[in-house]
Write a protein that binds this ligand. Structure first.
Ligand code: DQA
Length: 151
């Protein structure tokens, strides 16, 4: 596969995910976000995708990145962190872009505090993957690949 025939996938990480590795490792594991990016990039290359992997602590930056993804990327994989449970703005942005969206979380949000059980972004997602630590990212990539291959 040539570089130009590869499809782009945007991977967006929200607040505090830059702290992975040291942040509550009993919940989120010991992998850093960089470790996750390295593993995911290797898997993406095998499947024929170029990953655009980003993290921000800012809700407005996430909304901007989602808006800019229109016509430039084939799918969005999103771990919105705490914004999952608060952000109608991210939901609206996702609903405005016409492409597969996979919501993902490292932890099983349904096993945790009640306020984490509700996700504002799920209505815009094709599906949700949570509870598999860093592997949630690989599973989300495979889910997107499955959807894109059947297009
Ligand atoms: C998280 C779960 C959220 O509830 C939390 O606010 C995060 C991380 C996860 O990946 O498990 O920051 O999205």
């Amino acid at each position: 596969m040539t570089e130009s025939s590869k499809k782009n996938i945007l991977v967006l990480n929200g607040p505090n995910l830059n702290m992975l590795g040291t942040r509550e490792p009993e919940i989120y594991g010991s992998e850093t976000l960089e470790d996750i990016e390295i593993n995911m990039t290797a898997r993406a290359e095998k499947l024929g995708y170029i990953l655009d992997f980003r993290q921000t602590n800012s809700e407005s930056e996430l909304v901007g990145w989602i808006q800019q993804a229109r016509n430039k990327t084939s799918a969005i994989l999103l771990n919105a962190g705490a914004f999952t449970h608060t952000s109608v703005a991210i939901l609206d942005a996702l609903q405005a872009v016409d492409m597969p969206v996979i919501e993902l979380h490292l932890s099983n949000i349904f096993k945790r505090e009640k306020f984490r059980h509700h996700s504002y972004v799920s209505p815009a997602a094709n599906g949700v993957i949570c509870g598999f630590g860093g592997n949630s990212y690989i599973l989300a990539l495979e889910a997107a690949h499955n959807i894109l291959s059947n297009d």
